[in-house]
Ligand binder design. Structure first.
Ligand code: SAH
Length: 219
């Protein structure tokens, strides 16, 4: 793994300030972003880009989400230590590390085999409680359910029914749901499962994610 120098730490603290200025207030989220070395998720030649508030290509046509997006989703999720969190869309593994740094026990699913093969051993180098799975996130992980929290990090055409079933009563799901008329942009939703099984729904503005696809792929 690439080294984490004082220079990197300084750049990270700057990024934390940028996120505060953009309205992120959850101290646990800010602390996690200030701790997880985002530059090691990027090729070493792109280190200058690692602490800018921008998404970045990670190969296989996928991106590491923009830090503001990671912070927003993590904040909406209201994670506390020890919670069991399911993430759909492992990608680079950065979001999983941020949640694990916040004390979550993370289960993360990726549908692209090549990304999964790359990210799984990479995440094993961190001292975090993260388990990686290859599969279709629409199906979730019934064997490990129920989860306190579910985070979807790809643009979803619908709320997958299996994932609702795998959420604990009182649990929260954060999901970027496609706009009806446009499959390339989403609105960020927070769904809370009530004790009677019904869902309450809050909306938090527009966002842009790569699409959530069905079945396992090599694309
Ligand atoms: N959370 C990632 C960003 C992910 S980008 C990070 O922190 O870097 C979205 C990811 O979702 C991509 O890697 C994509 O391959 C994956 N994905 C898309 N559809 C999926 C599905 N049905 N199941 C699991 N992963 C999926």
């Amino acid at each position: 793994m690439q080294e984490d120098s004082y220079r990197h730490k300084g750049m990270r603290q700057h990024l934390v300030q940028v996120l505060k200025d953009k309205g992120i207030t959850d101290e646990a989220v800010l602390n996690a972003i200030g701790t997880v070395p985002r530059h090691v998720f990027l090729d070493s030649s792109f280190v200058e880009f690692a602490y800018q508030d921008k998404a970045f290509p990670i190969g296989s046509g996928q991106t590491i989400s923009q830090p503001f997006t990671v912070a927003t989703q993590s904040q909406l999720l209201c994670v506390t230590r020890g919670m069991k969190v399911l993430e759909i869309g492992t990608g680079s593994g950065y979001q999983a590390c941020v949640l694990a740094q916040m004390g979550a026990r993370v289960f993360t699913i990726e549908r692209q085999r090549n990304l999964y093969m790359k990210t799984k051993p990479f995440l094993a180098e961190f001292p975090y409680n993260i388990r990686t799975f290859l599969g279709d996130g629409n199906k979730g992980l019934p064997t490990y359910a129920p989860f306190d929290r579910i985070i979807i990090t790809a643009g979803a055409p619908e709320v997958p029914q299996s994932l609702i079933e795998q959420l604990k009563p009182g649990g929260i799901m954060v999901i970027p749901l496609n706009h009806d008329e446009d499959e390339t942009t989403q609105h960020m939703l927070r769904l809370t499962k009530q004790t009677d099984g019904s869902l309450s729904r809050e909306e938090f503005g527009d966002c842009k994610f790569v699409p959530m696809l069905k079945a396992i792929g090599r694309d």
